[in-house]
Design a protein around this ligand. Structure first.
Ligand code: ADE
Length: 247
């Protein structure tokens, strides 16, 4: 997958995008990430990327010309990106479903919004998706772009070792993951639940499922309405509701 990013702070991407899994994904050629400095696509001496809003008002607006020029330049060398994403608190809230959808594209371009916003013509003529990472306001779209890239890239086949883990994570079936344990069996008087040491696969599976359901019921009951539940799940939930909260 090719991912182009347009930003006025390209250096913000240096640490997060050059370590660990994201680094490896690029090294092995599964991801071709290109971060572009928007100022390279300006034509004036001051490399201006923003201007005052017509009609007055506070703040500055991102000018259309550098954004259009940058998208044209990317298109000239790599074809038109399938999705052109603008990060903005006004967008669709990013979630695992959107991460999957984006992970199936060959070429994404992300515009990191800044200032009070971008000239509306960028939205009208360039952007295919406006995406927010949550209901809070950040100083700019760079961190949201990195969040989106991280969530999307790990879903590309081959990026995360042990494909299965990707499918077992929280949200993949609409539930939160239950508790996990590793060695030692007892630590500071705290023991690992007996069932996990039993070697009884079916009992372990049922226990894990029940814990996932409990955690979701306690922490994110809103997720249950959309979760993919089996008859067994429903019966477990019924039981958990009767038992009430465990503290
Ligand atoms: N820019 C500022 N805040 C944002 C948010 N929550 N999501 C996406 N882009 C943003």
């Amino acid at each position: 997958m090719r991912i182009d990013v347009l930003t006025i702070f390209p250096r913000m991407f240096e640490g997060p995008m050059t370590e660990a899994i994201l680094y490896r994904a690029q090294e092995v050629g599964l991801v071709d990430l290109r971060v572009h400095d928007l100022r390279d696509y300006t034509t004036d001496r001051h490399r201006t990327v923003d201007d005052y809003p017509f009609g007055g008002g506070p703040g500055m607006v991102m000018k259309p010309e550098p954004l259009f020029a940058a998208v044209d330049a990317v298109t000239a060398v790599a074809g038109r990106p399938q999705r052109i994403i603008l990060t903005t608190p006004q967008g669709r809230v990013f979630d695992q479903d959107l991460a999957w959808e984006l992970s199936r594209q060959r070429h994404l371009l992300i515009i990191c919004g800044r200032y009070e916003g971008v000239d509306e013509r960028v939205r009208e003529a360039l952007v295919t998706d406006e995406v927010s990472i949550g209901d809070y306001v950040l100083t700019g779209g760079e961190l949201p772009a990195m969040v989106i890239i991280d969530a999307v890239v790990r879903l590309i086949p081959g990026v995360v070792g042990g494909e299965e883990s990707v499918y077992q994570d929280s949200f993949e079936d609409g539930l939160l993951e239950g508790p996990q344990y590793t060695r030692p069996r007892e630590f500071r008087g705290l023991a690992v639940p007996e069932v996990l040491l039993s070697g009884h696969h079916e009992a372990v599976r049922r226990w894990r499922r029940r814990q996932a359901l409990r955690r979701t019921l306690e922490r994110r009951p809103d997720l249950l309405a959309r979760a993919r539940l089996t008859d067994e799940d429903r019966a477990m939930l019924e039981e958990l509701r009767r038992e009430g909260p465990v503290l």
